[in-house]
Each structure stands twice: as C-alpha cells, then as structure tokens.
Design a protein around this ligand. Structure first.
Ligand code: ATP
Length: 360
C-alpha cells in the first residue's frame, strides 16, 4: 500500500484544459474524496493516477516511486466504477480471482482468497453465481472484492454508488468505509454528492474548473469554507451580499463591519483581512434564528424580512424569508422552535461567530 502524490499535474485534451495545476498529497491509508461539479476534473485526476492517461505536465508518485511514465498494468491499482464492470460470463469466484489467476496464483490459494473476500464484503457462499444473478448493491460489493483481492497499492473509486437508490447508497457508504478501514487501504473516491463525501471521507478535496479549491476534513469544509464557491457547493447556506465599510484589521480583533442588502449593518469575523468589493456574509440555515419582528433583540446581527414559505420536513422546518436580497433567506430549525406564519414580518439573527466573510 502507498500514499499518492500529484506534483504540478496539468492535463490538456487538445485545446481543453481538464486540469489546470494539481498539487495533492494523499497519505497512506487515507480515504480522500474528490468532490466537485460536473466537468471539474475529478475523473481526469483518477485516470491520471491509474495511468490510463498521461499528464501534460507534472509528476505522479505512488509512495516514493515516480510512476508518471509507468503503464497502468504495472501500477498495482484497484479500480471500482459506477457500472460495476464485472465480467458477465464469469462466475463470482472467477471475477474475484481474476487478477490472481493472471498472476498464476495456485487454484487452492485463489479459492481461499475468494472465500476471504466474500466474507469481507458479507456475501459468503455465492462463489458459483453469475453477475446477472446479483442485485446492484451485491454487484458493487463484488466489484470491490475483485479490486482488492490482489491487494492494490491504491484503490480508486469513480462514483461507485451512483447507480444505486438512496437507501442502498447510504448502506453502501457505511459498508465501503468499513471495508476500507478493515484493509487500511489508501482510497481515492470520486463523487459529486457532498453528503456522500462528508459521510465517508477522512479528507475532502473540493475541485472547480480543473483546480483544487479547498482540502480538509468534512468539518473544515462545512464550517470553514474558504470561498463562496465551496460554501455554496457543500451543504445549504445563506450568502448575503455585503459591502465592507470597515475590514476591522487593526481596530477590533479582526471583526469587520459590513452592510447587507436592505441596509442592515452587521459584524462578522474577518481573520484573513478580506477587504474590497464582491464579499458576502455566509450563514448556515441552522445558525439563523427567526422571531416575531416586534421582539427587541440585544444583538448586532439582525435583519428584517417577511416569511414567504414554510416547508415541514419531519425533524425540521425550512422557512424562506424575503429580506430584500436576490434569493430568500433560509432558516432550518426544529418545528417547536418556529412560531411564525407565512406573510408575517420577522427578524432574523445569528450569533456573531456564526457569520463567515467570504469572497469568490
Ligand atoms: P463528471 O462529474 O461529469 O464526471 P468530472 O469532474 O469527472 O465530471 P472530467 O471527466 O475529469 O470531469 O472532465 C474534465 C474536463 O475535461 C471536462 O471539461 C471534459 O469535457 C474534458 N474532457 C474529459 N475527457 C476528455 C477527452 N477525452 N477529450 C476532451 N475533453 C475531455
């Protein structure tokens, strides 16, 4: 098993730049997810690590070995795709044992390993079935078993749960994570589903337009997004356009004073000293509080608006409030905490530490 290092990797397809420049260190045994919108370069990154394509510039290392020019069959990489890619004419035993047979491992050892792998993916006793006789979730477990039967240095997974329905997807997220942890295998996982990325990963690498825009734990990315793009892409969030009247760098412990649409003046932490135009204040919906407008609050961060919609989702209620901005503000809270009606004038407020000042 190995870590993976991408150094200054760029990939052009003719005039299309799929990856601008990628620097990424993946630790041995780490589960990292590449997350980003369609076309941002996730699959290209995976294909470069696998060796199916060559970088236009830069180097790729598995552990300390520079594999940039090494053909895929010599990289010892396991791959799992969305469409399972099992061999339909081979039994489950022969699918899982395929790489071992190619390496001329004796049949007895192959059979023992197949049994071990079927136990690992919790499908014992199905050696003699064919892929067509499996459900989608079972087929994907077999695809994982096949990818790790001859232990690879790195496991690459490209949207492996994309074809499954939501419930099965959630179960398989837990299963894949368990298997990865049991084997302690370095894993690079690709998805455009941010919940999936947060559920499974040690670290998430958010990509946009062929670049890495932020790398960190799910908590880092969710609570401390580094840009408007990351904040908006990962989870639901309110982005209030803001004009900075005082960046707060010298005067007051890095606390900026900004004016929002509708002329509300609020204060927001500004540890990185953001100034100039194009800023916004980001507040997660669960950190916005909503109250009857008549109540007086001793808080600096409040804005007024009118409730335009309430949506009951079981364990929480989403309230949409027109605050004069381009998009309505969204508040999520437990149903018993929300005592407002559609059409009502309300005050929204948040704890000063819950606001995040961002630029693009
Ligand atoms: P998706 O989530 O839709 O799979 P992705 O993030 O995996 O997207 P990539 O498949 O890596 O994105 O593609 C990145 C960019 O490179 C896109 O603009 C895509 O159109 C382009 N691209 C990918 N493969 C090729 C190719 N073989 N020839 C030309 N352009 C390509």
């Amino acid at each position: 098993m190995s870590g993976v290092t991408l150094k200054g990797v760029r990939k052009n397809y003719g005039s299309v730049t799929a990856l601008e420049e990628l620097d990424l260190d993946i630790e041995e045994g780490e589960f990292i997810t590449l997350l980003g919108p369609s076309g941002c370069g996730k699959t290209t990154t995976l294909r470069l690590i696998a060796g199916f394509i060559e970088p236009t510039r830069g180097q790729i290392f598995l552990g300390d070995d520079d594999v940039t020019a090494l053909p895929p069959q010599h990289r010892e990489i396991g791959m799992v795709f969305q469409d399972y890619a099992l061999f339909p004419h081979l039994t489950i035993r022969d699918n899982i044992g395929f790489a071992l047979k190619e390496r001329r491992v004796p049949n007895e050892q192959i059979n023992a390993r197949v049994t071990e792998m079927l136990d690992l993916v919790r499908l014992p006793g199905i050696e003699d079935r064919y892929p067509a006789e499996l459900s989608g979730g079972q087929a994907q477990r077999i695809a994982v078993a096949r990818a790790v039967a001859h232990p690879p240095r790195v496991l690459l997974m490209d949207e492996p749960l994309g074809a499954l329905d939501l419930k099965l997807r959630e179960t398989m997220q837990i299963e894949l994570r368990r298997i990865q942890q049991e084997l302690q295998i370095t894993t690079v996982f690709v998805t455009h589903d941010q919940t999936e990325a947060m559920n499974m990963s040690d670290r998430i690498a958010v990509m946009n337009h062929g670049r890495l825009v932020q790398t960190g734990s799910a908590e880092d990315i969710y609570n401390r997004p580094s840009s408007r793009f990351v904040a908006d892409f990962v989870g639901r969030i309110n982005l209030f356009d803001a004009s900075i009247s005082d960046a707060g760098a010298d005067a007051d412990a890095n606390m900026a004073t900004v004016t929002l649409a509708g002329d509300a003046v609020v204060r927001v932490p500004n540890p990185s000293g953001i100034s100039g135009d194009g800023a916004c204040v980001a507040v997660r919906p669960e950190h916005l509080r909503i109250s009857n407008a008549q109540l007086e609050y001793d808080t600096v961060n409040k804005i007024s608006g009118r409730v335009i919609q309430k949506v009951f989702s079981g364990n929480f209620i989403s309230v949409f409030v027109d605050t004069g901005g381009e998009k309505p503000a969204l508040i999520e809270d437990r149903p018993e905490n929300v005592a407002v009606e559609v059409g009502q004038e309300v005050t929204l407020w948040w704890h000063i530490d819950r606001g995040i000042l961002l630029t693009d």
